[in-house]
Ligand binder design. Structure first.
Ligand SMILES: Cc1cc2nc3c(=O)[nH]c(=O)nc-3n(C[C@H](O)[C@H](O)[C@H](O)COP(=O)(O)OP(=O)(O)OC[C@H]3O[C@@H](n4cnc5c(N)ncnc54)[C@H](O)[C@@H]3O)c2cc1C
Length: 486
């Protein structure tokens, strides 16, 4: 391992201080160090941030176990009978912990070994200064506090879940996406507060692992950001798997009950579970970060205000990842780091025009790119749409997984594809395929004439596009009409 000249002398001036070792911070730190900067990377908790430790990766590993149980239970239709399917929850969880430990220690070893990069474990906050003289960053760690100074500070402090204001919640044990991963035994029943992306993933995972699951969603439908037909299709799938989905169900209070909790709804109904999972919103980690001491503004929701190249309102201070409010995903945070590095090296990349792209990792997943129909209409587009049931996808029929639908939204004036919702087998990959077309500005005609591989789900791109073209004038659009901001 290369000797690090700064590690023994942290009370020093650096060129760049990076706060937060999530999905963007380590890459920014490593690349700037490779460019010759003296860089310090500060992490208050576990290296790798939310995705690696308590977000995407552990949940997707849990989802793999849940899917295996589901497939084993439902394989009879494919002519495969298995004996009673049982889930060994401690094995499920220890497999996940093993994966995460390996990734985390591998990453830490790699980054700690980089020349010009110092890694400090502790909680950081800005404490005045400016771009000319250097910003002061106070780090509270196991060995007391230290002060670091640099003219450039990159914030990658992420976001955290916040519980709703709910009477009785303080008095009962409840889980969030962090503590749920610490469970050593499967709760016999689980109430999930929140019918959005995180709550629904956990709801299906726990139901498939063997818990009796109830989802409580105050809005009229789950995943309210999506078009109604999409959220209704996802809800139907969850209900079909035995999950009790309560929509329009405002929780009024929570009480401890024998062996668990009860949630009283505004309707007077009471739902109960051995455990309660709260998945009802996230907040950026900007409170306590000292942004006010340097003049870096936050918006009404606490996100750092940035321009198209992540510059905050304080010269030399940048914000990447969830903390800037321009994405709430690992891929957006990771791409933020690439764009920032390009900008700092004098390149021309920016956030402008980045399309929303994400997936809800139920099984099947809902892959999304660009605008939904209601977002497109709200943005002033005249739209036409095409919705196709997943039953028409040959691979889905071959695999016996025909749940879902695919919806395309097109600008009726320009013929530009505005957005896709792909709730079907490999819907995440299908949305990524459409995302590549949108990124390269492909016209509907080019999508129609594309040669895919059979049998795949993506082979239906031309078919789906065929459902939305007008035979008279396909291909006249620019293909870039999605155009919403990042
Ligand atoms: C349950 C769950 C499942 C998810 N699944 C997916 C998925 O499948 N796909 C996807 O794309 N996204 C998913 N996400 C979202 C994804 O995890 C986040 O968008 C992503 O991790 C954000 O990365 P980030 O770099 O912005 O911040 P983070 O990864 O949150 O990292 C921020 C880091 O900063 C540190 N920090 C904060 N404040 C300080 C401070 N003052 N001093 C020092 N360190 C500090 C934190 O400890 C943390 O390590 C999921 C999230 C959750 C909760």
């Amino acid at each position: 391992m290369a000797a690090n000249p700064y590690r023994d002398d942290p009370d020093d001036r650096y060129d760049t201080i990076v706060i937060g070792a999530g999905q963007a911070g380590p890459g920014v730190a490593a690349k700037l160090a490779a460019d010759g900067d003296r860089v310090v990377l500060i992490e208050g908790e576990r290296f790798g941030g939310t995705c690696l430790n308590t977000g995407c990766r552990p949940t997707k590993a849990m989802r793999a176990s849940a899917r295996a149980a589901h497939v084993a239970r439902s394989s009879e239709a494919l002519g495969v009978r298995s004996a009673e399917v049982t889930v060994d929850f401690p094995v499920v969880m220890s497999r996940i912990r093993g994966l995460l430990d390996g990734w985390r220690s591998g990453a830490l070893t790699y980054y700690e070994g980089l020349d010009g990069l110092a890694y400090v474990h502790g909680r950081a906050r800005l404490d005045g200064g400016d771009h000319e003289q250097g910003y002061r960053v106070v780090v509270e760690g196991e060995h007391g506090s230290q002060v670091l100074v640099a003219p450039r500070v990159v914030l990658n402090t992420g976001a955290r879940s916040v519980p709703p204001r709910l009477e009785g919640l303080d008095g009962v044990p409840w889980l969030d996406h962090r503590s749920v991963l610490e469970l050593d035994s499967l709760p016999a029943s689980l109430v999930v507060l929140g019918g959005s992306y995180i709550g629904l993933e956990f709801a299906q995972i726990f139901a498939r692992l063997g818990s009796t699951v109830t989802v409580v969603e105050p809005s009229a439908r789950i995943i309210g950001r999506e078009d109604a037909e999409v959220s209704e299709a996802v809800q139907a799938m969850l209900v079909d798997e035995g999950i009790d989905v309560r929509v329009g169900a405002a929780p009024q209070r929570v009480d401890a009950a024998d062996g668990g909790v009860t949630v009283t709804l505004a309707s007077g109904d009471v739902v109960s579970g051995a455990a309660l999972l709260v998945a009802a919103g996230r907040r950026p980690n900007t409170d306590g970060l000292g942004l006010d001491t340097v003049g870096a503004e936050v918006d009404d929701h606490g996100y750092v205000v940035i321009d198209d190249v992540f510059a905050s309102t304080a010269a030399g201070i940048y914000a990447v990842g969830d903390v800037n409010g321009h994405g709430a995903f690992t891929h957006t945070s990771y791409q933020d780091h690439e764009i920032l590095i390009d900008h700092l090296r004098g390149g021309r990349r920016s956030l402008a025009g980045r399309r929303t792209t994400y997936a809800l990792f139920t099984d099947p997943p809902l892959g999304r790119v660009g605008m939904s129909e209601h977002e497109a209409t709200a943005a002033g587009h005249r739209v036409r749409t095409h919705t196709a049931p997943a039953t028409g996808i040959a691979l889905a029929a071959l695999e016996g997984e025909t749940t879902g639908l695919v919806k395309l939204v097109v600008d009726d004036d320009t013929d530009a594809l505005l957005g896709v919702a792909a709730f079907c087998l490999h819907g995440d990959e299908l949305a990524s395929t459409f995302s590549a077309f949108l990124h390269t500005g492909a016209t509907l005609r080019q999508m129609l004439e594309w040669l895919p591989i059979h049998p795949t789900v993506s082979e239906y791109v031309p078919t789906f596009v065929g459902g939305v073209v007008r035979s008279s004038d396909i291909g006249t659009g620019t293909g870039t009409g999605a155009g919403e901001g990042a």
